[in-house]
Structures are given as structure tokens and as C-alpha cells.
Design a binder for this molecule. Structure first.
Ligand code: EPZ
Length: 423
């Protein structure tokens, strides 16, 4: 297992390209199961999560060719059973369930395990697919969904106790594209990644309106065809590097971003006193060294609110921002694995039932720390950029799940980082 050694104190300068979105790529790759024709998807990031998804699709029978960020995939003949040994490694593999059910009228997918950010139920996915006519059984750790007479359109409300479900919306939307009649999804997730998936499905011949809002209407069609698509920029990777620039930057430029997707992250950074500038097209952003910064209060919320996937990274920044900050995660109330590690580096953080109170200290200090979930690990890298000394971050595979070549990008910005093999 690799680890990353980050020598703190070097100012970041220069520019990097932001990769395609991991969280848009995963459901779009799964959606290729809905047709037997070839699909070409560009800007798929080379991260282990997308590699797992490609392995799952290959195991289902897809023919996959990949050259750098472009994936060419044909699901001419596919099995209806997703392999447990692959599915168990990634929660997002649940999003093969909807397309498999629609294409094969049967889907066997292992129930995803929990993970360090908390319980990961799928009740809302099942609520939606049952409403479309699927019968749901549970056997040997597998979900078995069947719809021998095909799926039929329905009115579905997908709201859960923690708000909308992103992959649940994706699953139901994908299944509904081949259902008989009209489906209306109320309380749908409005994340940009859901809209990107809908754009991909419409390019395949689906009839989807309202994606990107809380109400999505899908007119079922008999079949879908192949298409080509370029995945949207990864707004969480962009946000992570915006925080790196806010922490340690002295003129950092990020290319291939999408300003509209970054509004809540930009607002939080500006509220804390940082200066974020976009070009006219909104696809390049620059962060300049800031003057006075101050603590902020943050509450995560479904898009367009502040993203839970950026909560840990902002906590790392606020750990050395003067003043008190209060951070609440309404989506994953247990998503504070990074706090214990940040405290080992000298952060003044108190965690209390889904809320974190941070008192900014002047500087953190290096310590051997351990990555846990994808975004918590990114927060540790960020904190190490200005910590005194060299911080060793072990279990780097957590970061490699969702950040494409993070060490290379940090090196391009002048950071003093080195990836070493853990003996
Ligand atoms: C997606 O996960 C993202 N993953 C997550 O990013 C992100 O944190 C999450 O959405 C929230 O924005 C991908 O897109 C691959 P949810 P998803 O269903 O869809 C509850 C990352 O770091 N819920 O929107 O699995 C759930 O427990 C990852 O890139 C139910 O109660 O999350 C949570 O509290 C981590 N029942 C809330 O809803 C369900 O059936 C939102 O979860 C489903 C979810």
C-alpha cells in the first residue's frame, strides 16, 4: 500500500487541468448496459472507482476498450448478475441495478456494505424500482429484482430522511427510460452529475425532461442506441484544489472547471475571506493569496447547497483559519473520520452529534496519519500542505479511488510531495 509524504510550507503556484467527474462517470458507464450498441465516453478519470465499474461491466459481458480518458464500451450480450467480489468493493456499483433490470428484466446485485462515512441504505432505490413494477427479493446477501412483464411508468417520490438520493435518482431514471409509459420522479436529486447522466441518456434516445431539478419526467421508449459523450468536470476535485490554493497558494489557476457547479464552494471560500476569480467563460478559476480570513459556519445540503463531499476539505482549511467555525453534515452525520487525524496534527476540533466546532490554530504540525474515506484522506493531504514538517499519509488507496494522479498535480503546483511504497 502506497503512502504520501507531504513536506509542508511550500507555496503553490501555477496551473493544472481538472479531470472529468468520477461521480458523473460511474452512472454513465452503468447506463451503457441499456443498449447493445457501442458508446464512447470521454474524460473518464483514471481512478480506481471507474476502473472497478469497468471491471464490473466487463464481468457482465461488456466489450470495453480504454485509451487514456476515452472509454469505448459495447454491452451487446450481458448477464443479469453483477459479481459480488467486485460489487462489494464499491458502493456506487449499486447503479448497475436499474439499467440491468430495464435491459434484462432481472438484476442480481449484492447489497452494498456500509462504509466509514456511515450507513449506506438502498431503501429509496428499491422504493423507486418497485414502483416501476419490479419484485424485490433478498437472498444470500444479494438483491434480486425481477420484472418479467417489463417495467411500467409510475409517479414516485424519492425523498428520504436525509433528503434526495443521487444514485437512487440515477437508478430509477435509467430504469424508467425503457419502462412502458410516463414516470415522474418527485424529490429527485438535482446534482450536476444527475443532469450529465440524463444528457447522456437523451443522446441515447431517451426522453427525459427536468433533470437537474427536483422533478424529472421520463417518457419510456422501446429501446436506446449508442452515442458519444464527454463527462462534465469533477466539481469536487476542483473544490479540493481550490481549498489547497486557499491554504497554501500564491496564485493557483485551475482549468477545465465549471463555475456554475462551484457556486456554493466559491461562496464558502469568499465568506471566509478568500478571493476566487473566474474567466468570462467560467471554465478557469484563479485563487490569489488572501488577506484577512475568518471562520465560517457551514451546513451541508443537497445540490445546489454546500456539498457533503467538500465538508472534510473545508474543515482542514478552517483548522488554521482564525476564529471559530461550526460545520454540520446533514447528509452523512457521521462523516467526521478526518477530525481525529487532524487533531493528531494539532487541530482544535470538537465533534458532537453531526456537528463540528473548529477553533483555528496558527499552524498544524506533521504527524503520521491514516487515510480513511476518500474525502477525509484528501483533507489530510490539504492539512499537510501547511503543517510544520513532513506528514506521512498511509493507505493512499483511499485517495486513488477518486482523485486522478493527485500527487502529480500537486507536484505541478510546486508542492513538495512524494509517493512511496509502504513496506
Ligand atoms: C452520491 O452517493 C455520491 N457518490 C457521494 O460521493 C455523495 O457523498 C452522495 O451522493 C451525497 O451527495 C456517487 O455519486 C458515486 P445518496 P449516494 O444516495 O448516491 C441516504 C464521494 O466522496 N439514503 O445521495 O450513494 C444516505 O444514507 C462519494 O465521491 C437513504 O436513506 O448518496 C444519505 O444520508 C461519497 N436511502 C443520503 O440519503 C437510500 O436508498 C444521501 O445519499 C439512499 C440514500
Amino acid at each position: 500500500m502506497d503512502k504520501l509524504i507531504v513536506h509542508g510550507g511550500t507555496a503553490l503556484r501555477g496551473s493544472i487541468n481538472i479531470s472529468g467527474s468520477k461521480n458523473a462517470s460511474l452512472p454513465i458507464l452503468a447506463a451503457t448496459l441499456l443498449t447493445g450498441e457501442p458508446c464512447i465516453i470521454r474524460r473518464v478519470p483514471d481512478v480506481s472507482d471507474t476502473n472497478y465499474m469497468i471491471q464490473i461491466l466487463s464481468a457482465l459481458g461488456a466489450d470495453v476498450e480504454r485509451s487514456s480518458g476515452t472509454v469505448r464500451i459495447t454491452c451487446e450480450e450481458v448477464s443479469d448478475r453483477a459479481p459480488y467480489e467486485l460489487v462489494r468493493r464499491m458502493r456506487a456499483s449499486i447503479c448497475v441495478m436499474g439499467p440491468l433490470l430495464a435491459r434484462k428484466r432481472r438484476a442480481v446485485v449484492s447489497l452494498p456494505g456500509g462504509c466509514v462515512i456511515g450507513d449506506r441504505p438502498v431503501d429509496l432505490h428499491l422504493r423507486g424500482l418497485e414502483a416501476l413494477g419490479a419484485k424485490v427479493e433478498f437472498e444470500g446477501g444479494n438483491l434480486i429484482l425481477t420484472a418479467p412483464d417489463g417495467l411500467r411508468g409510475a409517479e414516485i417520490d424519492l425523498r428520504g430522511t436525509h433528503g434526495p438520493t443521487v444514485l437512487g435518482t440515477d437508478n430509477v431514471m435509467m430504469a424508467a427510460t425503457l419502462a412502458d409509459g410516463q414516470t415522474v420522479i418527485e424529490s429527485a436529486a438535482a446534482e450536476p452529475e444527475v443532469l450529465d447522466l440524463a444528457n447522456f441518456l437523451n443522446a441515447m434516445g431517451a426522453k427525459i425532461q427536468g433533470a437537474g431539478t427536483r422533478r424529472i419526467v421520463i417518457e419510456g421508449v422501446p429501446e436506446l442506441h449508442g452515442t458519444e459523450h464527454t463527462v462534465i468536470p469533477d466539481r469536487i476535485e476542483a473544490g479540493t484544489f481550490m481549498v489547497a490554493a486557499a491554504l497554501a497558494g500564491d496564485g493557483v489557476t485551475l482549468r477545465r472547471v465549471c463555475r456554475d457547479h462551484l457556486k456554493s464552494i466559491t461562496a464558502a471560500l469568499e465568506q471566509s475571506g478568500h478571493c476566487v476569480e473566474f474567466n468570462a467563460a467560467g471554465d478557469v478559476c484563479t485563487l490569489l493569496r488572501n488577506g484577512q480570513t475568518r471562520g465560517v459556519d457551514l451546513v451541508t445540503a443537497p445540490y445546489p447547497g454546500y456539498p457533503t463531499d467538500m465538508q472534510a476539505q473545508m474543515t482542514a482549511l478552517l483548522a488554521t483559519t482564525p476564529g471559530i467555525s461550526v460545520i454540520k453534515d446533514t447528509i452523512f452525520p457521521q462523516r467526521f473520520m478526518h477530525c481525529a487525524e487532524l487533531k493528531r496534527m494539532g487541530a482544535d476540533i470538537k465533534v458532537d452529534h453531526g456537528t463540528v466546532v473548529v477553533r483555528g490554530v496558527s499552524q498544524l504540525s506533521a504527524a503520521p496519519v491514516m487515510a480513511s474515506d476518500l474525502r477525509a484522506s484528501a483533507a489530510l493531504v490539504l492539512a499537510a500542505l501547511t503543517a510544520k514538517g513532513a506528514t506521512e499519509i498511509s493507505r493512499l488507496y483511499h485517495i486513488d479511488r477518486g482523485y486522478e494522479h493527485i500527487d502529480e498535480k500537486l507536484l505541478m503546483l510546486g508542492a513538495h510531495v512524494e509517493r512511496v511504497k509502504d513496506r
